[in-house]
Design a binder for this molecule. Structure first.
Ligand SMILES: NC(=O)c1ccc[n+]([C@@H]2O[C@H](COP(=O)([O-])OP(=O)(O)OC[C@H]3O[C@@H](n4cnc5c(N)ncnc54)[C@H](OP(=O)(O)O)[C@@H]3O)[C@@H](O)[C@H]2O)c1
Length: 87
């Protein structure tokens, strides 16, 4: 199983990918700017999946998200035998 970092998960293709990826057994770490939709995703898809409000056009937000996500990804990576994918 893989950990998939998905930007733009609140609408469109990103949103459409969340359920099938989780149903395939992957762990989704995803973001978007719309907090209400992010909160809905967090309620619908609980841990180990993670949904956070991040504007990827703002470097400081991306950097902070990466700093939060990297330790999480590292811990999952060891659980998943070193296999991870981020896009
Ligand atoms: N290569 C292809 O064949 C192909 C085909 C279709 C689409 N695409 C590309 O795939 C992408 C998605 O298309 P779509 O139709 O699904 O678009 P969409 O419905 O407009 O969805 C865009 C997603 O990106 C998020 N987003 C936009 N700006 C953001 C930002 N600054 N920070 C974080 N999240 C942001 C939006 O959420 P928030 O508003 O909540 O931030 C939304 O979840 C586009 O880049 C499109 O050009 C490629």
């Amino acid at each position: 199983m893989k950990t998939i970092v998905l930007t733009g998960a609140t609408r469109g293709i990103g949103r459409a990918l969340v359920r099938p990826l989780t149903e395939l057994g992957h762990t989704v770490v995803a973001c978007g700017r719309s907090t209400a939709e992010i909160d809905d995703l967090g309620s619908a898809f609980g841990p180990p999946h993670r949904f956070e409000t991040v504007d990827v056009s703002i470097w400081e937000e991306v950097e902070a998200w990466a700093q939060r996500a990297v330790p999480f990804l590292l811990s999952l990576t060891s659980e998943h035998n070193g296999r991870a994918l981020s896009v």
